[in-house]
Write a protein that binds this ligand. Structure first.
Ligand SMILES: Nc1ncnc2c1ncn2[C@@H]1O[C@H](COP(=O)(O)OP(=O)(O)O)[C@@H](O)[C@H]1O
Ligand SMILES: [Mg+2]
Length: 172
């Protein structure tokens, strides 16, 4: 197969498949989002645990004139592929890993897409055959960047969204 190929059009960025194992998030033209800081936030989360998709490299595609954030390619499956019991175990792992990220000073901030925006409610959480993974750290924040007040506020919101995601994911 010839790469790159379009994989998905997100709320802000297009994502292309670069190979069987890599995807690239494209930053084209005067994009408002900053590829450098997104890469740094990803790398930080990667040092804590394996929840967030692994950063691979920054690149530039001459043909598309696109800055590319290249990362691990995740193959999501439908939540309903696995039994509730199994999903409950994965939920516990997910909750624990997100808590580890919070404690280390990282908050994702895009667990749940607000209902006034297009796209699926929890489309930044992907289920794989090995459990749940997180993508899209575009609006994520580090305690060291935003300070205690904002960070704690973001954590509060994230914990509420997690409760909502739990109901959606387990769907018992
Ligand atoms: N690492 C990945 N593996 C597989 N698909 C991905 C990956 N990262 C993003 N995608 C796909 O691309 C879409 C858009 O990526 P995302 O980072 O969420 O951008 P946006 O900021 O536009 O929401 C995702 O909803 C998902 O379908
Ligand atoms: Mg997204």
């Amino acid at each position: 197969m010839k790469y790159p190929r379009l994989l998905s059009t997100g709320a802000n960025n297009r994502v292309v498949a670069v190979s069987e194992t890599e995807v690239a998030k494209l930053f084209i033209g005067d994009t408002r989002s900053d590829i450098g800081s997104e890469a740094e936030k990803m790398k930080f989360a990667n040092t804590v645990n394996g929840l967030v998709a692994h950063f691979i490299r920054l690149d530039f595609d001459e043909t598309m004139q696109a800055e590319m954030l290249v990362m691990e390619r995740i193959y999501p499956i439908d939540y309903r592929a696995y039994e509730v019991e199994k999903r409950e175990l994965w939920w516990e792992v997910f909750e624990h890993e997100l808590e580890q990220l919070h404690k280390s000073g990282f908050v994702h901030r895009d667990i749940k897409r607000p209902s006034n925006l297009s796209g699926l409610a929890f489309d930044n959480i992907l289920l794989t055959n090995e459990g749940l993974r997180l993508i899209d750290v575009g609006i994520s924040a580090l305690r060291t960047q935003v300070g205690d007040k904002l960070f704690d506020k973001y954590i509060e919101t994230e914990l509420q969204e997690m409760t909502e995601f739990r109901e959606y994911f387990l769907n018992r």
